[in-house]
Design a protein around this ligand. Structure first.
Ligand code: SF4
Length: 356
């Protein structure tokens, strides 16, 4: 039994040695991974794809080559660099975590899952991934790719998310006693993203075809099953696009706590389940005594737990923008340098017609 397991692990590791993709954060074969790079990439990859993360990772490493550089940066600069990656609590925790590792751990990441989980923004999955990839600890990290591979390998027919516990236990089983934990974790993820793909898995070139129960049963493409998702609730809001005579736009910072906390926004009403009537909307405008005109077109954005539809009202202030409490004026060409989350970037793109 153990012999069969070791041989299965070796088959995957051999396959990984031949097919591992070069990624900006991944150590080349035979090189030691940099824990700073592993941590940064793992935090960025939470809820985001490899393709999206690539340029962000490069930007961060160029701007802050060492962990100490990131810890010394201002939170605003980090949020600006993160803008567009979504789930902004991750950026705030990233910054907090960098500071904590510098101040409390002498700039060295803890090398165990337990130690890592005490840091901000590092949950069980990320701790497992960092412990294994950066420090070669015998840990597991079950992401969506691994869930798919393991569900198929063991023909787990219980739908996700109910099958998560079984998938985790099976992943631990096939990972135990393996000689290269860091490479094994990455090999499993790589197999899921390049061979055992959601549609049309390439079973013909899979190193585990012989062991795969779903393949034998002709069920590869229909696994893993998923319980039907509940429909996302819909919310509505209105943003106030206010310009001055120089064409500068009024922006403000969102409160530190809550959704998109600390990010910059085009001032907005609260986002509610029902559409609000006009007088109540205008009461939430940054300035009331001007003509607010509806702007053609709406912005739609999907958050993890609700969908949002934003209406835009446009207003113009006479003269150059007077200071308004809680905000600041920005030229359209400088929008890129603001910590605007994706939903607000959509607003800017719609109003400025792609010039921002
Ligand atoms: Fe996935 Fe096919 Fe390999 Fe099974 S044989 S693990 S279904 S790619």
């Amino acid at each position: 039994m153990l012999k069969a397991l070791l041989s299965m692990q070796q088959t995957l590791l051999d396959w990984f040695d031949r097919h591992r993709r070069v990624m900006p954060w991944r150590a080349l074969k035979g090189q030691r991974p940099d824990p700073y790079h592993v941590w940064l990439s793992e935090v960025m990859l939470q809820q985001t794809t490899v393709v999206t993360v690539g340029p962000y990772f490069q930007k961060f490493i160029k701007k802050w080559p060492r962990l100490s550089d990131l810890a010394a940066a201002s939170l605003d600069d980090v949020l600006v660099a993160w803008a567009g990656l979504g789930y902004y609590a991750r950026a705030r925790n990233l910054h907090k975590c960098a500071k904590m590792v510098i101040e409390k751990h002498g700039g060295v990441f803890p090398d165990t899952e337990e130690g890592l989980q005490e840091l901000p923004g590092i949950g069980p999955y990320t701790a497992g991934a960092i412990a294994a990839i950066a420090f070669d600890r015998p840990a597991i990290a079950v992401d969506g790719n691994v869930e798919r591979v393991v569900s198929r390998l063991f023909k787990i027919e219980t739908p996700l998310p109910a099958s998560k516990t079984e998938i985790r236990a099976r992943t631990a089983d096939i990972s135990r006693d393996n000689p290269r934990p860091g490479d094994f974790v990455q090999a499993l993820m790589e197999l899921g993203s390049t061979v055992c793909t959601p549609a049309k898995p390439k079973c013909g070139v899979c190193p585990w075809q012989k062991e795969c129960r779903a393949f034998k049963a002709g069920m590869a493409e229909i696994l893993p099953r998923r319980s039907p998702k509940e429909a996302r609730p819909q919310r509505y809001g209105t943003v106030f696009w206010l310009e001055d005579a120089k064409g500068r736009v009024f922006l403000r910072k969102r409160p530190e706590k809550g959704l998109l906390g600390g990010m910059t926004e085009v001032p907005s009403t609260e986002w509610q389940e029902k559409q609000t009537k006009m007088p109540a909307i205008i009461r939430q405008a940054p300035v009331a005594k001007i003509q607010w005109q509806p702007f053609a077109g709406k912005v739609r954005h999907v958050f993890s737990h609700f969908s949002l539809e934003l209406t835009i009202l446009r207003g113009r202030q006479r003269g150059t923008g007077k200071p308004i409490q809680g905000g600041f004026w920005v030229q359209g060409k400088d929008m890129e340098e603001q910590a605007l989350p994706s939903v607000m970037r959509k607003v800017v793109r719609l109003v400025l017609g792609g010039r921002a």
